[in-house]
Design a protein around this ligand. Structure first.
Ligand SMILES: [Zn+2]
Ligand SMILES: [Zn+2]
Length: 423
């Protein structure tokens, strides 16, 4: 009788935990975030069921990620790993490490992200955790992109896409497409930079009836950036407005910051510095609040370009200096390269010979480290808008060079297959 009773009590604890988690989810989905957080925090304090504790931590991680509260997200991810260790369950442990990787990705700690992703991939879980591998690869791709390691980023995205296809996971496919859009913006293949987020938007239209609106908002944002780069500013404005509307409705601070930065850049492209500056400023407030240091570096770059438009070289130089500091702190070599390019032009126009020489040396160093050249013609990649194509080994070439030269293997790594990959 006693054993039966205590079993019953434990079961009730489990059921109640489950019920309360569901209650929180309903509140969260109807945009009552604070109430949902209250419910979940209470569950976390009171539950005796480790599985329930793990799950409620997962809810808290997602919610804090969406609000841009990345330090709290990291705290809950660490608690998840402790719980998974107590349970000695490799599937839970993998999920915990994935969340730890994601928290570090959001906090722009890219080296740590890569190493936690590797931990996930090395873990010998069951099929349950194997299904997480696609998400692990996506996070790893984002981290490599943050470190400007382009070939490895592309390799990771391609793997993530393959997992998405094999598991028929349209949400993952949608997220990878957005990341690929971002990837090609960096390498200045603007046709692909638009193609992938359009594909993401298509997935949202075809399959996304029950999805969170943030997927739509995300694809619209990435389309907007590509349109801006293609100088289709009215289209860029329209997509960015749509994205911002959703971001505001959902209290999605990280996306609001990205949209504000993009609005500022659109105004800068229209040579309207008066409208650009306050938007950069608002973007900076949120980026600082959430801890997106790469976003901050990008704002400083935009602000510097605006000052250059205004011909205020001192202020431009100050802003470039801030961007450079952040880029070096994060290990984002592409941002360092962009600072070098802008500084070089500025020192040249000012006739500051010594500083100019220093910048040229630095610039050449950056280009070499980034390996941004086409293995066929030897010329640079990512300097201007050009169509690119990757081989299955993820080495990247000019599309026209692959089409005209038609070799039997990759000239960079000699891998033989020439069949173009997904991306
Ligand atoms: Zn080439
Ligand atoms: Zn290769």
């Amino acid at each position: 009788m006693n054993i039966f009773m205590s079993h019953l009590v434990a079961e009730m604890g489990q059921d109640q935990t489950k019920q309360q988690i569901e209650k929180g989810l309903k509140l969260y989905q109807s945009n009552q975030t604070e109430k949902a957080l209250d419910v979940w925090t209470k569950v976390l304090e009171k539950t005796s069921d480790p599985g329930g504790k793990f799950r409620v931590l997962g809810c808290l991680i997602t919610a804090h990620s969406e609000m841009g509260k990345y330090k709290q997200m990291l705290k809950y991810a660490l608690a998840q790993i402790d719980t998974a260790r107590e349970m000695e369950d490799p599937d839970y442990l993998t999920e915990g490490y994935l969340n730890l990787a994601r928290s570090n990705e959001k906090l722009c700690d890219y080296q740590k992200t890569v190493s936690y992703c590797k931990t996930c991939l090395d873990m010998q879980g069951t099929t349950v955790s194997l299904q997480l591998n696609g998400q692990v690869c996506l996070s790893m791709g984002n981290a490599f992109l943050g470190l400007s390691v382009f070939q490895k980023a592309l390799e990771s995205y391609e793997k993530a896409l393959r997992y998405a296809h094999n598991n028929d996971d349209k949400m993952l496919e949608c997220r990878v497409c957005c990341s690929l859009g971002n990837f090609y913006v960096h390498l200045k293949d603007y046709e692909k930079a638009l193609f992938f987020p359009c594909k993401a938007a298509e997935l949202v239209n075809d399959y996304g009836k029950g999805w969170s609106l943030k997927y739509r908002a995300m694809s619209q944002y990435h389309m907007s950036v590509a349109y801006r780069k293609l100088d289709r500013l009215p289209d860029a404005m329209e997509c960015c407005e749509e994205s911002m509307k959703i971001a505001l409705q959902h209290g999605d601070r990280p996306l609001q910051a990205l949209c504000l930065l993009n609005f500022a850049d659109i105004h800068r492209c229209r040579k309207d510095a008066d409208k650009a500056f306050p938007r950069y400023e608002s973007a900076m407030c949120i980026m600082t609040e959430i801890g997106n240091r790469l976003g901050q570096a990008q704002i400083y770059l935009g602000v510097a370009k605006c000052w250059l438009l205004q011909k205020d070289l001192d202020k431009a130089q100050e802003s470039l200096h801030r961007a450079e500091e952040l880029a070096e702190e994060l290990g984002n070599k592409l941002c360092t390269l962009k600072v070098c390019c802008l500084s070089e032009g500025m020192f040249r126009s000012r006739g500051q010979g010594e500083q100019l020489r220093q910048q040229v040396v630095k610039l050449l160093q950056c280009v070499e480290e980034l390996e941004l050249y086409c293995g066929m013609c030897g010329e640079s990649i990512g300097e201007r808008d050009q169509q690119l194509q990757a081989l299955p080994c993820s080495h990247i070439f000019h599309l026209k060079c692959l089409q005209t030269n038609g070799t039997r293997g990759c000239p960079k790594c000699r891998q033989s297959s020439m069949k173009p990959g997904f991306v």
